[in-house]
Ligand binder design. Structure first.
Ligand code: SAM
Length: 274
């Protein structure tokens, strides 16, 4: 099946009168090799239902459909969402595609249960989109997303590293994350001013209840708001006082003088449970 190259991307954008906006992270991929590499790395199977966020003009969508998979695509931009089924039916009349016009940070219902998430995510909202989708659609067992490289490194970062932060710990709640490659800026139109990476995700059983997740994430947010401070200090407002925070940390077996960046996700869960 033909995928979209630079000429098709330009023609489609012109047809729709679309000028890509930074606000919606609209950088469209115009390189078939990149698209096929993403689909292959994502290990999409013909009987999979794949959730794609931000299909845009359809570059990755066509690559996913090429495998025979069913695709549910969520796009916020009306013009793009309306054109996508037209583009796809012209190039691949048998394709199984459903387009949902919605904000991926708010969507709560889909026409099918996705087993996989594969997306070239809008850069500025990639983490909130992931942290909304993973709890909302527990059927998602794995995924591969393209994000800004710094964000990808953060999602996959181990404790103690400079870039380790709240997104690393929250992401770890849902599963394992690893960097699966980089993508050249030159495959996008317009060319972005950041580098992109592919991040693979494999869901693991959640380590606690919903209430424990909320309590853990609140602790994580507080700890990383003041990441250079000791935990007894950074958690003092959330837990009542510095003395209360120290008592809770002691009960969880964590040194009150430790900093958030030294703790793993299970450490934060232990504090929440203590
Ligand atoms: N998948 C296409 C590709 O690879 O060429 C486009 C990717 S582009 C980086 C991001 C896409 O996400 C755009 O089509 C944009 O309109 C869409 N988008 C931005 N914010 C969104 C949101 N909150 N919910 C759903 N889609 C969004």
């Amino acid at each position: 099946m033909p995928l979209l190259g630079p000429a098709e991307i330009r023609d489609l954008a012109e047809l729709l009168g679309v000028t890509p906006t930074k606000k919606l992270g609209q950088n469209f991929v115009h390189d078939a090799n990149t698209v096929r590499r993403i689909v292959k790395t994502a290990k999409v199977q013909p009987d999979d239902t794949v959730l794609e966020i931000g299909p845009g003009l359809g570059s990755l969508t066509l690559g996913l459909l090429e495998t025979g998979a069913r695709v549910v695509a969520v796009e916020i931009d009306n013009r793009l969402a309306e054109q996508l089924p037209v583009t796809v039916s012209q190039l691949d009349p048998d394709a199984d595609l459903t387009v949902v016009t919605a904000d991926a940070m708010k969507v709560t219902e889909l026409p099918a249960e996705p087993v996989s998430l594969v997306a070239n995510l809008p850069y500025n909202v990639s983490v909130p989109v992931l942290l909304h989708l993973l709890p909302t659609f527990p059927s998602i067992a794995r995924g591969l997303v393209m994000v800004q490289s710094e964000v990808g490194e953060r999602l996959a970062a181990p404790p103690g590293s400079k870039i380790y932060g709240a997104p690393s710990i929250k992401a770890a709640w849902y599963g394992r994350w690893s960097i699966a490659g980089t993508v050249s800026r030159q495959v996008f139109w317009p060319v972005p001013n950041v580098d992109s990476s592919l991040v693979a995700f494999e869901r693991m059983p959640e380590p606690g209840t919903l209430a424990e997740r909320e309590a853990t994430f609140a602790l994580v947010d507080a700890a990383f708001q003041q990441r250079r401070k000791m935990l007894r200090q950074s958690l003092s407002t959330l837990l009542g006082s510095s003395a209360d925070a120290s008592a809770r940390l002691d009960a969880a077996g964590i040194a009150p003088t430790a900093r958030g960046e030294e703790l793993t996700m299970p450490d934060f869960l232990r504090i929440a449970r203590a």
